[in-house]
Design a protein around this ligand. Sequence first.
Ligand code: NAD
Length: 453
Amino acid sequence: MRITNPATNELIKEIAEDTSQNVEVKYQRAKSALNSWSQVAFEKRIVLIQRFGDLLDQNKDNLAQTLTLEVGKPLQESYNEINGARGRIKFYIENAQKWLAPQELNNDGNTADILAFDPLGVVCNISAWNYPFLVGVNVFIPSLIAGNTVLYKPSEFATLTGMNIEKLLHEAGIPKDAFIAVIGAAKTGEALLNLPCDGYFFTGSYKTGKYIAEKVTTKLVPIGLELGGKDPLYVTDEIADLNKVAGAVAEGCFYNNGQSCCGVERVYVHEKVYDSFMEQFVAETLKLKVGDPLFKDNNQGAITRESHIAFLDSQVQDAVKKGAKLLAGGSRIGKNNFYGPTVLANVTHDMSIMKEETFGPLIGVMKVKDDNEAIKLMNDTEYGLTASVYCQDTDRAKKILSQVDTGTSYINCCDRVSPYLPWSGRKHSGVGSTLSYLGILAFAKPRGWHIRK
Ligand code: NAD
């Protein structure tokens, strides 16, 4: 497998992919380690995870550099991601015991009814490349804390980071067979689907997620799917500081080159503030500096997958052909994977840019006459990950968002994740939850104890 740098398209390294036979051997190792790992005291498991967090800190410079080299995100965003992962680890360390500890729910003096949790077993985690630390940590940390062993397949576009994660977990003291990285692309992932794992947790596209769900559903084990989105944002006419909102929206659209699962993918603006918003928003977009992601002044790096550039071009061409107006960007810059941050106005829902997940630095902005029109358009999607409303009147924003079918609702903010809240997609954005107490219990199975003395 060739690992290349998307900012230069040069080879970084060649790595052997795991064959299906290797994957089977890794599964057997993870299965054999299950009994001993699940019996390690909870407190000891927490200490090892804490040590892993400390190692992330101690190795931050190298980890951030590697992440930027292989996925092309600006170096500062790689640091931000590692810091974000630290925050999530802290959340699990502080909260897991509270939710996993046995609870006596009833005692009539004769029988104690106790709810307890057992590990699922061998957890299979197939992961994405856009935030490999964050989406990985959401699954493998609570899995390990709950006593599962883990087969972790990083994306083929974030393999070096996946291997760094494995190395540091082992260095922290997690047994070598309790956490095993499986290296490769779709074919290797497929080999994991053929094994009798005890839970499948996937982050990636709707297309692959649906395929995986169909393939593993007959195993009757828990399945978690965190998939794509076409997340809408609505700017109402009740805004105190339009400049500030335009800056925040531009960040929500273009952070990580628009390659964020909860990045803003389409914007609706109330007609009363549309012209002023657009002026500010385009100015904010034109301020973005595209270039070498290792150079600290650049805040837009390279598109991770070169093959995706043709799709971005096709969305721009489709929109322009159907009457959209290009206000910024619109094409690749140079011969490597850089793409100009793109703003399209006069867009409609007949255009791919407003319906299909873009996963890149393109945004369509549409004028709406009132909240009802905005609600109708926000719901006109197969996805349901997040939606955002900017409005000084919180009650009005809540009323709008409660009519939009998404797992996450943002008022006067966007593109953020809190470990205290469930991360949970609806419709084609997935099933199940990570983060919050739901994302701890997702990696355990309940056992009801009925105890009489
Ligand atoms: P992808 O579906 O192409 O790949 C995801 C993973 O699946 C990779 O590890 C890949 O090797 C593996 N895979 C591919 N085919 C497989 C098969 N047949 N069997 C088993 N495994 C297979 O997605 P991607 O390009 O890595 O990620 C981008 C997508 O992920 C976007 O749609 C984005 O919105 C989504 N995403 C969602 C969240 C979320 O929290 N909801 C977070 C990050 C990314």
